[in-house]
Write a protein that binds this ligand. Structure first.
Ligand SMILES: Nc1nc2c(ncn2[C@@H]2O[C@H](COP(=O)(O)OP(=O)(O)OP(=O)(O)O)[C@@H](O)[C@H]2O)c(=O)[nH]1
Length: 303
């Protein structure tokens, strides 16, 4: 039976970063990945696809909304038939960990391997149901500690690992769990009912275009974005380069990548998808853009 590790955590907490770290540092371990993204574009899948033995992804929304779990079952059966050591499910930042755990516990051919819960040390206060999710976690990764002066304390019994950029020892996830600990002790009744689903109040906006964005207009958009829009990710294409974009809370970063069309997913609460889409269309460059204009973006560029 192949162990299935569920990797969960609120939007932008650093799940993909941690997954990429695991994929990079797990040596000969053969890892299968189920990527569950929110929105239409599987940005996370694109980011990890070059590094993984076996990967499946779901592109039509939140995995835990596939209530009967048949889709997840089919994915796990497919992965279980490959010669893998472990399967990691990266839950979307809005997925209910309890629902995913229940689905994995019921899935054929695999065994549940624990819940790794990633928490952003800076944005702790923004996480809905933090206590409830922490209670289910086997290992809590307190991520982004490079951005805080002192470590916040977390109300949980699971071990807390303070790290930056998800750099945990992969052996922590793939080793055998002591019999008296962990979610195998959970009964289904411990797992919350789907009606309290956190993302009912969230909207996502997907935007795609192969035309160049205007750097100044696009940065104006990011800087003036509505308060409820606290997560944006994807690719932004400018005349002078294409960048992978991550926005979490007030944090913005661009990383230069190979040329690709603009593909953005914006996630937030109380946002107006139509007006955001119109606003993004208004960011398309309708004239020449100078290298000087690119400085608006480059000041947020990493590496
Ligand atoms: N400063 C800092 N930034 C980090 C750290 N870990 C991740 N990030 C950045 O935080 C942003 C979000 O990280 P992701 O790994 O995409 O987060 P995620 O949980 O997969 O995001 P969703 O898929 O939206 O839920 C990216 O810009 C990362 O580079 C960290 O330890 N420190």
């Amino acid at each position: 039976m192949i162990p299935v590790v569920v990797l969960a955590g609120f939007l932008g907490s650093g799940k993909t970063t941690l997954l990429n770290h695991l994929l990079r540092t797990s040596g000969g371990t053969r890892i299968g990945v189920v990527v569950n993204d929110f929105g239409r574009i599987n940005i996370d899948a694109l980011a990890v696809s070059a590094q993984v033995d076996s990967m499946v992804s779901l592109s039509n929304g939140c995995l835990c909304c596939a209530v009967d779990g048949t889709e997840l079952d089919a994915m796990l059966v497919k992965l279980a038939s490959a010669d893998l050591d472990v399967i990691v499910i990266e839950a979307s930042g809005l997925a209910e960990p309890s629902t995913l755990i229940r689905m994995v516990l019921q899935a054929p051919g695999v065994e549940y391997g624990g819940l790794i819960y990633v928490v952003d040390a800076v944005e702790l206060g923004a996480v809905p149901h933090l206590d409830r999710d922490l209670a289910l976690a086997d290992l809590v990764v307190l991520n982004k500690v490079d951005r805080v002066d002192s470590l916040p304390s977390l109300p949980c019994e699971a071990p807390v690992l303070p790290v930056s950029y998800g750099r945990i020892d992969p052996a922590l996830l793939f080793e055998v769990r002591p019999p008296d600990m962990g979610p195998r002790q959970l009964s289904f009744d411990d797992l919350d009912d789907h009606s309290t689903h956190a993302h009912a109040s969230y909207d996502s906006v997907t935007f795609e275009s192969s035309e160049f964005l205007h750097p100044k207009l696009f940065m104006d958009f990011l800087q003036a974005r509505p308060e409820g829009l606290f997560r944006a990710k994807g690719f932004a294409r400018f005349e002078h380069g294409t960048f992978m974009l991550h926005v979490v809370g007030g944090y913005i970063s661009f990383t230069r990548v190979d040329d690709a069309p603009t593909q953005l997913v914006l996630i937030g609460a109380g946002i107006d998808p139509d007006s955001l889409t119109d606003w993004l269309w208004a960011c398309i460059a309708d004239g020449p853009v100078t290298e000087q204009d690119m400085l608006w973006v480059l000041r947020y560029a990493r590496e």
